[in-house]
Ligand binder design. Structure first.
Ligand code: TRP
Length: 490
């Protein structure tokens, strides 16, 4: 029997760390602090927490429970709910695949900057260094140019690292995460301590957390809170389903979900102190305001931070720490997805673990090469937008509907409660059947409206189509095709 042979985590800690590692990623350090600051400062913690409790944790419970109950990764779990819903499992994995293709490229940048830290090679003009020297960024999305050799090498190294971390599936993952979860946390603590002891730090933190309660009346704030929660917990990518499928039969569900959700969000909150205290310092030394130096995403990590590092005593050391932190934050998110795809393919087609692993990595590496070209950053940006604002919400919506109505929310809740140290009440059924679908629909509708009004990021419509809509369409077709393939029995 397939179930009897299924690999298991070595311990509950291994599973919890792996799930936390998947959730905690670049999003915690370069997305959360910025969003918090932008959408109401300290007041944003309210919608954020509400989103965590009313969508994030309920969906984590759903994914854990369904993965455990079906003892299968996402596609086979959904197939067991209904033959008609299997495609959703593949679609979720493909959306994650889209993300991991560029996520690994970003890790490649971090790897390159880690090496640069030894000599502070980025110099004073960190902006030119990043955009012109390293990315060789072209003038427009259709000026693709050639792949940058060094970035390809860095990407390759990251993929080797991912392959090795998932070599024997969860057996390897369960060991690697002890390092890739604790190490970035230790470095985060170093950055918080370093940050808050710098002049100007308090000014930065004031920017981060001064509450603006009026913001709570703005729907955009709630939109930001819910979309950040989905993304940051890595729900809607089939990862948590696959990870839970490797749990032994007697395993807690509800308490683990709470623990993981809270650990992830605490990390984001703490990361905000590291980011904003150093930004406060930077504003202080350059005689400007925090608002003027605040950036999010790649620009924060690869332009602003290197500049701050230049100003610190022992810059090389802090450079190494910072980029090592980014790498170890990102790696376990990246391999969680790789492992989920491998598990998905294996559960259905019974391929060999190592061969599947190498195939998935090679495919993602090949796609990633596009993002190392001169026009790569534009395509990365478009893909990122479409995966997270459409792909992810589609999965969240349908996942809640399929489980809520076809499998039965009450049935899954009772199953989870029987196993768990703490129980969820009937409110969970309501959340899964009505609330999550409603929120996902609103988020989808909002994203759709935005895209109809104007193309994303001011790119030409054709680029938006090729890098966004077409990708979603291809993913849809491939998922349906894969779901029609015959399941290979052992
Ligand atoms: N949760 C991760 C973060 O906060 C990001 C993430 C979400 C991700 N889904 C993913 C990474 C899929 C790789 C693949 O950074």
């Amino acid at each position: 029997m397939a179930i009897a042979k299924r690999a298991h985590w070595d311990s509950r800690t291994a599973f919890v760390l792996a799930a936390i590692g998947s959730a905690i990623g670049l999003g915690n350090i370069w997305r959360f602090p910025y969003i918090c600051y932008k959408y109401g400062g300290g007041a944003f913690l309210i919608p954020y927490f509400v989103a965590l409790l009313t969508a994030g944790i309920p969906l984590l419970i759903l994914e854990f429970a369904i993965g455990h109950r079906m003892a299968s990764s996402a596609p086979m779990s959904f197939r067991k709910i209904s033959r008609k819903s299997e495609w959703l499992g593949w679609f979720a994995l493909l959306v994650g695949f889209g993300i991991v293709c560029y996520y690994a490229v970003i890790m490649g940048w971090a790897a390159k900057y880690l090496v640069h830290s030894f000599t502070l090679a980025w110099g004073v003009d960190t902006k030119t260094f990043f955009f012109t020297k390293m990315l060789n960024l072209s003038g427009g999305v259709f000026e693709i140019g050639k792949p940058q050799a060094f970035l390809v090498v860095a990407l390759f190294v990251c993929w080797i690292w991912i392959i090795l971390s998932t070599w024997k599936g969860v057996k390897t993952v369960g060991k690697v995460v002890y390092v890739t979860v604790t190490l970035p946390w230790l470095m985060l603590i170093v950055f918080v301590i370093r940050g808050v002891t710098l002049p100007g730090a308090m000014e930065g933190i004031r920017y981060y957390l001064t509450p603006n309660f009026k913001a709570l009346a703005d729907p955009a704030v709630w939109h930001a809170a819910y979309s950040q929660i989905f993304f940051t917990l890595t729900v809607g990518f089939g990862v948590m389903i696959a990870y839970a499928s490797f749990l032994p039969r007697k395993s807690d569900i509800v308490n683990n979900a709470l623990l993981i959700g809270l650990a992830n969000c605490t990390t984001s909150y703490v990361a905000g102190f590291a980011v904003f205290s150093t930004l406060g310092y930077y504003a202080h030394v350059s005689g400007t305001t925090v608002a003027n130096v605040m950036k999010s995403g790649p620009e924060l990590a690869f332009v602003t931070y290197p500049t701050i590092i230049n100003h610190l005593p022992l810059p090389n050391l802090f450079g190494i720490f910072f980029f090592l932190m980014l790498l170890t934050l990102g790696i376990d998110s990246a391999f969680s997805l790789t492992e989920s795809i491998v598990a998905g393919v294996r559960d259905k087609f019974r391929w060999n673990q190592k061969a599947t692993n190498i195939t998935v990595a090679t495919l993602a590496f090949a796609v990633g090469i596009l993002f190392t070209t001169s026009g790569g950053l534009y395509w990365l940006d478009i893909l990122d937008h479409f995966m997270n604002n459409f792909g992810l919400f589609i999965v969240a919506l349908l996942e809640a509907v399929f489980v809520g109505y076809i499998f039965g929310a009450d049935k899954l809740r009772i199953y989870a409660n029987d196993l768990s140290e703490i129980s969820v009440g009937r409110w969970w059924d309501f959340v899964i059947r009505y609330f999550v679908p409603l929120v996902s629909l609103v988020l989808l509708g909002y994203s759709l409206k935005e895209r109809i009004l104007k193309p994303y990021g001011g790119y030409p419509r054709l680029a938006e189509f090729l890098g966004g809509w077409l990708v979603l369409l291809i993913f849809l077709i491939v998922s349906v095709a894969l779901s029609m393939g015959k399941k290979k029995e052992v």
